[in-house]
Design a protein around this ligand. Structure first.
Ligand SMILES: Nc1ncnc2c1ncn2[C@@H]1O[C@H](COP(=O)(O)OP(=O)(O)O)[C@@H](O)[C@H]1O
Ligand SMILES: [Mg+2]
Length: 263
């Protein structure tokens, strides 16, 4: 088996006295779409945020393409922090898209996508805007490059946010409920962009209640409940009947229209 894009080993995360993630072991295969599903509060966002190093795990390790992120940990559990510059380079392999698009309201779509290229990556304005435009073309928003977020629909804003993440050339893309704040008629355009990205072979980890997307595009599904992974497998294994009672209960709550036909 090839090296996983992300390997999570025995990960724990606590906030004060509350254990939010426990004993998480998960391998994200290269070039595949892995979907994380589970009830609200089960720890999905926290796990994704740990993978992106927006949150520091309490113990355990996360390896990105073979390089340890954040902290190494020896057999005795003694941790050592990875030097910041090295850690930033490892972290840079990851792009993330959130439920809230977090676009800068005073910048156009092109400005939003090119800003970090200019300020963080010190690209010339011309090069940054060229690369940004190529990403806007990719998400179907070439004609909206000069529009401000307030002039764009929620679906278009989320596509700009995806373009912004892609412009930084990540090797892995994490999506945390990318369609949850959109009106139902706007989710399709965002899911289609994600589907295209999957077809190109991008390694993706997607947290979503769009079970239809998980069942058709996901190659691996992990079901999280109360901070633990209850099981992981291909969609046909995970969704086959009879189902684990917790999964059945979850599907009753979140099953989207049409998805029942796929399961
Ligand atoms: N910064 C934080 N401080 C304290 N508790 C948190 C924090 N972030 C998340 N939690 C708690 O961790 C649990 C898991 O949250 P989260 O990862 O957001 O779940 P999900 O994304 O599955 O809904 C919840 O009980 C939540 O209240
Ligand atoms: Mg969440």
């Amino acid at each position: 088996m090839s090296l996983p894009a992300i390997a999570v080993k025995n990960l724990f995360k606590t906030f004060g006295d509350t254990t939010v993630l426990q004993n998480i072991d998960l391998a994200i295969p290269q070039g595949q779409v892995s979907c994380l599903i589970g009830p609200s509060g089960s720890g999905k966002s926290t796990l994704l945020r740990c993978m992106a190093f927006l949150e520091e795990a309490t113990s355990g390790t996360i390896t990105i393409n073979g390089e340890v992120l954040g902290f190494t940990e020896n057999a005795q559990g003694v941790r050592e922090r990875i030097p910041p510059a090295a850690n930033r380079a490892i972290r840079a392999q990851i792009g993330m898209v959130f439920q809230q698009f977090n676009l800068w309201p005073h910048m156009t779509a092109l400005g939003n996508v090119s800003e970090a290229l200019k300020t963080v990556h010190k690209m010339s304005r011309k090069d940054a805007e060229e690369r940004a435009m190529a990403q806007l073309v990719k998400v179907g928003l070439e004609a909206r490059a000069g529009h401000y977020p307030s002039q764009l629909s929620g679906g278009q804003q989320q596509r700009v946010a995806i373009a912004r993440a892609l412009a930084l050339k990540p090797k892995i893309m994490l999506f945390d409920e990318p369609t949850s704040s959109l009106d139902p008629e706007l989710t399709g355009e965002v899911l289609n962009v994600m589907r295209d990205l999957a077809k190109e072979g991008m390694t993706m980890v997607v947290v979503s209640h769009e079970i239809g997307f998980a069942a058709t595009v996901g190659q691996q599904i992990a079901f999280l409940d109360h901070g633990k992974i209850l099981f992981t497998g291909a969609p046909q294994e995970v969704f086959k009947k009879p189902r684990h009672p917790r999964l059945e209960q979850f599907l009753d709550t979140y099953l989207d229209r049409g998805a029942s036909m796929l399961l």
